[in-house]
Design a binder for this molecule. Structure first.
Ligand code: ATP
Length: 249
């Protein structure tokens, strides 16, 4: 069972005041967990600790009960900027995490093609990144993160640069893949609606701490109807209040 548990984690950059003070968080297999919080409160630092890119000064991160001491093997990452290799085609970019170490197999190439199809960019397979729109580039970055069928997906504001409609479409496609593959995801966003729509759980961070946790018990699959429902608005309002510090866990 792929499960991530963060226990009493603290972290400081050098001599600076602590960035993370006392973080406790559990993400079970198949959960989609969003982190929201004001700029500079420590979301990226927490994601880096959760994925093993940073090692905490105090406390422990457990993966399936084992203490995490290095980056999680084969975790998928997507960042705000798609960071694609300009001299490689879309298909080559998606296969790159494999080709970095060895030649990809026929099965892996088929998986890349099926991810292209799921991400609705099959027609762009042999194009280069600069020939794609921002939304298409984000889709390539997601497909690349998924090529090794990772148990964990870490995403740091991956859709921040996209227009509202493109963003909603990619959210639906991402959710379909995560549900299909029972992926465990940690996702950072500044957008409350995005957090509520995608998540099974939302955590609101204050400065260095998690101030509020909310299970998002909206119906699955998430649809346009869910997005405009009264319950969706109530949940968004609760998160908003928590961000303003008016709502404690
Ligand atoms: N490599 C670093 N060296 C020193 N300080 C850092 C480093 N990375 C982050 N910080 C500091 O840690 C604090 C939290 O930064 P972090 O990027 O984790 O916040 P965030 O909530 O993700 O912000 P944003 O929403 O703006 O991306 C900030 O005060 C930042 O200046």
């Amino acid at each position: 069972m792929d499960r991530l548990r963060i226990e009493q984690v603290a972290y400081s950059y050098g001599e600076k005041a602590p960035t993370l003070i006392n973080i406790n968080l559990e993400i079970k297999r198949g959960e989609f967990h969003c982190l929201v919080g004001r700029s500079g409160c420590g979301k990226t630092s927490l994601l880096n600790i959760a994925s093993g890119l940073l090692i905490p000064d105090q406390g422990t991160v457990y993966i399936n009960g084992q203490r995490l001491k290095k980056p999680i093997a084969d975790a998928g990452f997507v960042f705000q900027s798609p960071t694609l290799l300009e001299w490689k085609t879309v298909l080559e970019n998606i296969l790159f995490p494999i080709e970095l170490k060895r030649k990809s197999t026929q099965k892996e190439q088929e998986r890349a093609l099926s991810l292209l199809s799921l991400m609705k960019i099959s027609d762009q397979a042999h194009q280069f990144p600069q020939q794609l729109s921002g939304g298409q580039q984000s889709r390539v970055a997601i497909a690349r993160a998924l090529i090794k069928n990772p148990p964990f997906l870490f995403m740091d504001e991956p859709f921040a640069a996209l227009d509202a409609i493109t963003r909603e479409e990619i959210q639906d496609d991402l959710l379909a893949i995560c549900n299909d593959q029972n992926m465990t995801a940690l996702f950072i966003t500044h957008d409350i609606s995005e957090a509520v729509y995608l998540s099974s759980h939302v955590s609101v961070m204050g400065k260095g701490n998690i101030m509020y946790n909310k299970e998002i018990n909206l119906p699955e699959p998430r649809t346009l109807k869910v997005r405009y429902s009264e319950h969706f608005n109530e949940l968004s309002h609760l998160i908003r209040q928590a961000l303003e510090g008016n709502n404690r866990k």
